[in-house]
Design a protein around this ligand. Structure first.
Ligand code: R5P
Length: 285
């Protein structure tokens, strides 16, 4: 069994260390005409290859690279290929929202399913689509970072209250609050565009003197978190925690009023301080 990666090297190396299996690198270059060229740094690979690769940065290029990496692993001896995509991209385009939209989640699923035997991912964006089985033809495992986040919040904050910034987030807000033994509430969010949202507090919760932790699956432009922050008046501190920190369009700069902004290391970033390598490694023990 080997582990390989391009986007998620640090995380993949951590998982390889936990599993005590080799990490094999892959080099990406371009031919003069711009086509992608990939090369494993070993000429024969193990029977079971685990590719650990998040869809950030460069999600479009990553999808192509993953197809080539998986096919290449088979060309070099792998009989079984497991893709661990800690952050799985293309999952938010999960219906035809506007006339002529391409529903890309199923296209991504079909492409990868023809090259891999199994996909493992963490907190994928399952909203309108309820299961990975609707997206992939291969075997699927869906992990949750809730326990990891709950342990982290319990360790770091004295008087936490958990807020989910939209109704879908009740799944993790309630679970995490239950594990910690603190209050939680969720907001109702209306999205007007990729960059404009508003939110309403339906069930108020006492935030006086508390550490308000807003927890979401994805922090992308940061607007969802910033809207939710407006509902956290009275708290002694306000923190944003996301499973997947994409931080596009200067999100971190815009979020500078938060006392802290943290994510798991499903995407490599300076704010990715919460480690999910154990969660991933456990799937292979
Ligand atoms: C959407 O439903 C997700 O759960 C996140 O709330 C969303 O992707 C965050 O995006 P942004 O940071 O751009 O508001």
């Amino acid at each position: 069994m080997i582990v390989t990666s391009y986007n998620s090297k640090k995380l993949a190396k951590k998982v390889a260390r936990r599993l005590n299996v080799p990490f094999i690198g892959i080099k990406q270059q371009s031919f003069p005409d711009g086509e992608m060229h990939l090369q494993y740094n070993k000429h024969s690979l193990a029977k079971h290859v685990i590719i650990i690769e998040s869809f950030q940065p460069d999600p479009n290029e990553t999808l192509l690279r993953l197809c080539l990496m998986a096919k290449g692993a088979r060309q070099h001896g792998a009989k079984k290929i497991t893709l661990v995509a800690p952050y799985l991209g293309f999952m938010r385009q999960d219906k035809v929202f506007r006339t002529g939209d391409v529903q890309s989640n199923v296209v991504m699923g079909q492409m990868l399913s023809s090259f891999i035997d199994k996909i493992i991912t963490i907190d994928p964006h399952l909203h309108r689509v309820r299961s990975l089985k609707e997206v992939f033809a291969c075997k699927t495992t869906c992990l949750s970072a809730n326990d990891t986040l709950a342990r982290y919040i319990k360790r770091k904050f004295k008087r936490p209250v958990i807020i989910g910034p939209d109704w879908e987030s009740y799944q993790w807000a309630e679970d995490i609050a239950g594990q910690i033994g603190c209050d939680s509430t969720v907001l109702e969010k209306t999205r007007y565009s990729g960059r404009k949202v508003s939110s309403k507090l339906l069930k108020p919760v006492d935030l006086r003197g508390k550490d308000c932790i807003i927890v979401d699956d994805i922090i992308s432009t940061g607007h969802t978190m910033l809207e939710a922050m407006k509902k956290a008046r009275g708290a002694r501190s306000v923190h944003a925690i996301g499973v997947h920190g994409l931080f596009v369009e200067d999100a971190l700069k815009k979020m500078s009023k938060f006392d802290s902004v943290l994510c798991t290391n499903t995407i490599e970033h300076e704010n990715s301080k919460i480690n999910v390598s154990e969660l991933i490694a456990q799937c292979f023990l």
